[in-house]
Each structure stands twice: as structure tokens, then as C-alpha cells.
Ligand binder design. Structure first.
Ligand code: AMP
Length: 296
């Protein structure tokens, strides 16, 4: 495994792999503090590619002024061990100076898909994501790029960016990896106190309960799904709901008022963001209503 810190070194390492015929190239962008969710992306990348590139970069552009850029957890030595174990060939770890030698005057912005859900709570966040991912794609020029459905809106936004701008890369969406008790893995879980960690289980529990209610036929509209989720989460005294939304996926359009979940045709996302103290957690379930027996 090669660790590179400049764009020049990265391009040289990639050139070497391409010359040796080690293509296709799979790319896993991350902000580090790696966990089993990132590991699952590396494994998927390894199945589909001959060269696996991972980047570790905490991107200041995607953090708001009152967010956790400075305190975001970092542990490079541990990250490199995990990357090596999970088969990364090249790890790109640029500093902020390398990525942004001067303030960027060019921004990539996807409209409409970025104004709801996390985009509403975190103005400018997705412009930071699309701009840095675009830069990283230009540096790596991967055939495939792997992203987790934990950040389902990010997947929807990046797919649209790639399609709108005819980028020559395929976005591969990978399933959410959870702890045994259901909590979706996140680098930010380390911020949680023991009590917050235990109450945070309401996110995944509410998604399971709504899924079960749909199977049993007691929930069949978006409003009913939202109400059930809100009632489950509200039972946790430390939980402060940011949003609970039921939208089409990947279009992220609301469903017509009162309409049944299966009326939209394609996939649906039930997405939530909940704060515990200073920590904001997200979770979601993307599903096809036609596959839920009682909804058909
Ligand atoms: P991050 O380092 O948090 O920016 O995440 C890097 C990539 O890992 C993104 O594509 C995330 O969606 C993905 N990821 C983070 N947590 C998980 C998880 N629990 N399951 C699957 N993918 C994840």
C-alpha cells in the first residue's frame, strides 16, 4: 500500500498502476476515523477494481461555521492499518493547503436535491461535498466511486452531478453498516455519552418499527410513517428531532398529501436526523413499496 500526500505523487502512483494494466480503478473518498462502514466500501471496491484508492481528507468546505471541523476525530495511524487490512493500494492524505492552495473560486452546486433534508439544516454543505468530490474525481479519474447509503442524500446528489456533467465514473451505492444493536456506524458516534449512545438506538428502532407497521398494513401513507417515527423518537428524552421526512428516492420529491406510499412507483426514502446533545445523527431506509406485501 502506498501513502501519498500530494496530487503529484498521487498521479504518479496512479500512472504506475495504469501502465501495469491494474485497471479498473475504484475510489473510496472518506474523512477518516475509519470504521466497519468504510471497510465495507473498501471491500466492495476490491471486488470491482484492480486498484483501490482511498482518500482521507476532512474537507473544510463542507462544514458550517458552527460545525465540528476543528474537533472532527482523526487517527491516521489506525486508519492506515484498517486501509491496509482491507486491501487499499493507494491512500491519498492531502493537507488543506494541498487541496486548496488558494481559496476556490469555482464551486460545483447541484440544485433542488440539496435544499431539503441535510441541505436545509446544513446550508452550503452539499456544495462543499460536490466541489471536493469533483476535485478528487479529477485527481484520481476512477472508473468506480463507492459511497455509503448511510448518506443517501449524498448518493442522490453525486449521482445527479455525474449524470448532469457527463463524468466518466460510476457511483456505486453500498448498504448501511450497523452495530449489532442497530446503531448506524459513524465517525461521530465517539462524541456520544453512554446515555446518549443508548438513547440513540431510537433512530434505527423507529425505522424498524415503521417497516414492520408497513408489513402489517397499519402504516400505508407518508404521513402515517412520519407520525409513527416521531412518536417512537419522542419517547427518548435526550432526542431532539431535526427532521423526519418521507420522500421519493433518488428524486427527493415529497409524496402527494394523503397518497399511499406505493403511489410514487419507484423507491422511497424515510430519512431522519436527530440531535443528542451536540451530536447530530442521521439514519434512513430506502425501500421499494412494491416489495412490502401489505402495501401492494
Ligand atoms: P465519511 O468519512 O463519514 O465522510 O464517510 C465516507 C464514506 O463512508 C461515505 O460514502 C459514507 O456514506 C460511508 N459511510 C459512513 N458510515 C457508513 C456506514 N455506517 N455504512 C456504510 N457506509 C458508511
Amino acid at each position: 500500500m502506498r501513502v501519498v500526500r500530494t496530487v503529484k505523487q498521487l498521479r504518479e502512483a496512479l500512472e504506475y498502476m495504469r501502465m501495469g494494466g491494474h485497471t479498473p480503478i475504484g475510489f473510496v473518498p472518506t474523512m477518516g476515523y475509519l470504521h466497519e462502514g468504510h471497510a465495507s466500501l473498501l471491500r466492495r471496491a476490491g471486488e470491482m477494481s484492480s486498484t483501490v484508492v482511498m482518500s482521507i481528507f476532512v474537507n473544510p468546505l463542507q462544514f458550517g461555521p458552527n460545525e465540528d471541523f476543528a474537533s472532527y476525530p482523526r487517527d491516521e495511524a489506525r486508519d492506515l492499518e484498517l486501509a491496509e487490512r482491507e486491501g487499499a493500494d493507494i491512500v491519498f492524505i492531502p493537507g488543506v493547503e494541498e487541496m486548496y492552495p488558494e481559496p476556490t473560486r469555482t464551486t460545483v452546486s447541484v440544485s433542488s436535491l440539496t435544499t431539503q433534508l441535510c441541505g436545509a439544516s446544513r446550508p452550503g454543505h452539499f456544495d462543499g461535498v460536490t466541489t471536493v468530490v469533483n476535485k478528487l474525481f479529477n485527481m484520481v479519474q476512477p472508473d468506480y466511486a463507492f459511497f455509503g447509503l448511510k448518506d443517501a442524500q449524498q448518493v442522490a446528489v453525486l449521482r445527479r452531478m455525474v449524470s448532469d456533467l457527463n463524468m466518466n465514473v460510476e457511483i456505486v451505492a453500498c448498504p448501511i453498516v450497523r452495530e449489532d444493536d442497530g446503531l448506524a456506524l459513524s465517525s461521530r458516534n465517539v462524541y456520544l455519552s453512554a446515555e446518549e449512545r443508548s438513547q440513540a438506538l431510537v433512530l434505527s428502532r423507529s425505522l424498524r418499527e415503521v417497516r414492520q407497521a408497513m408489513e402489517e398494513g397499519t402504516v400505508s401513507t407518508a404521513d402515517e410513517a412520519r407520525e409513527l417515527i416521531i412518536s417512537v423518537i419522542s419517547a427518548s428524552p435526550l432526542a431532539v428531532i431535526d427532521y423526519v421526512e418521507v420522500l421519493t428516492f433518488p428524486g427527493l420529491e415529497p409524496l402527494a398529501a394523503g397518497s399511499r406510499l406505493n403511489s410514487a412507483g419507484g423507491e422511497i426514502i424515510i430519512a431522519l436526523a436527530v440531535k443528542f446533545g451536540k451530536t447530530r445523527l442521521i439514519d434512513n431506509n430506502v425501500f421499494t413499496p412494491k416489495e412490502v406485501h401489505a402495501l401492494v
